[in-house]
Design a protein around this ligand. Structure first.
Ligand code: AHR
Length: 325
């Protein structure tokens, strides 16, 4: 393991300033491997479950975890990565809020010889050597699954024309870009479908509510046949609004969501949502496995996607396998 030369006083100051967790193992021993983890925020139940997964997996692996939550601010993530470099952690893991703007800070990590794992979201860069590995969903495939469900539903209903309102996640984030792209690649050339609007809901429940209210004002409940929402938090927000609206007009709206948290799967079972595309937040064990391989000098696979699927009203929803996180 590389030696950390940061003086003890500086380390104490860093830990106090950043509120980092898990520097020491439960027995009070200094962890042999320290992982610096920049989480992007706490915008959804998905994100909270993801943070817990990272904390538990680090604990089980016996690694110290210095975690910083950026509260949705890219600058805070950049600052956190710089503090991890100053501390000379063994590995940096981070979940980039947006795809662009990371080259400088990641070059600094590379120069310091600290490997970086991208967890959950990707970056846009000309230089792939700035990160060692990506662990996270195939968001494009998620978008494809959402589109395939809609095609199947339209076939089953014999629908001639469906007007789709899309509530998107954070602009320029990987899930926003790829869930849109995958969906459009399936439905885009089919004349039965028109995306009447794509609005930014920032992956937040409150924004999902706001977007749905605005969409209803603009198009009326009769003018929207499908809501495709990029995460459960926004979908549950939209449902709050829809279910207070004229029941007859919203009753047949087709609702498609992504993530698979318990409340959304329960809503699917209750007939309030039609399709839940899964996106697992439980990435911690796969990340720590990579950390183990990397600190043992092995070259990790560049991309790891967990296996995911979708649940919908075409499935037997009494099957115990249909459950949320
Ligand atoms: O990056 C994963 C996405 O971010 C999840 O779908 C969403 O719930 C979270 O906020």
């Amino acid at each position: 393991m590389r030696k950390r030369f940061v003086p003890v006083l500086m380390l104490l100051v860093l830990l106090l300033l950043t509120g980092c967790s898990g520097k020491q193992e439960p027995g009070g021993e200094t962890a042999s491997v320290v992982v610096g983890f920049s989480q992007l925020g706490a915008e959804s139940s998905w994100r909270i479950a993801n943070t817990v997964s990272m904390e538990q997996a680090a604990k089980e692996a016996g690694y110290g975890l210095m975690m910083e939550n950026a509260n949705q601010k890219q600058e805070k993530q950049i600052d956190a990565i710089r503090s991890f470099i100053a501390y000379r952690v063994d590995v940096i893991v981070f979940s980039p809020i947006v795809e662009t703007g990371w080259d400088n800070v990641l070059s600094e990590a590379k120069q310091a010889g600290i490997p970086v794992i991208l967890m959950d979201r990707m970056i846009e860069t000309q230089d792939d050597s700035l990160y060692k590995a990506y662990v996270g969903a195939d968001f494009y495939a998620e978008g494809v699954r959402a589109g395939e469900y809609l095609v199947r539903k339209a076939d089953a209903l014999g629908a001639e024309h469906l007007r789709i309102a899309e509530i998107c996640g954070t602009t320029d984030s990987t899930p926003m870009r790829d869930r849109h792209r995958g969906f459009m690649d399936v439905i885009g050339k089919d004349a039965r479908f028109t995306v009447i609007d794509s609005v930014d809901g920032d992956f937040l429940q409150s924004k999902g509510e706001e977007c749905m209210r605005e969409l209803l004002e603009k198009y009326g409940a009769d003018g929207i046949d499908v809501v495709y929402s990029h995460n459960d938090a926004m979908t549950l927000g939209a449902l709050n609004v829809l279910e207070k609206t004229d029941a007859a007009a919203t009753k047949n709206m087709i609702i498609i969501t992504v993530d698979g948290e318990k409340d959304a799967v329960d809503a699917l079972k209750a007939g309030r949502i039609n399709c839940v595309v899964q996106c697992t937040p439980h990435l911690g064990p796969s990340v720590m496995k990579l950390v183990r391989e990397m600190t043992a000098g092995k070259e990790p696979p560049k991309v790891y996607h967990p296996e995911e699927g979708a649940f919908s009203d075409f499935d037997d929803l009494t099957d115990p396998a249909v459950e949320g996180f």
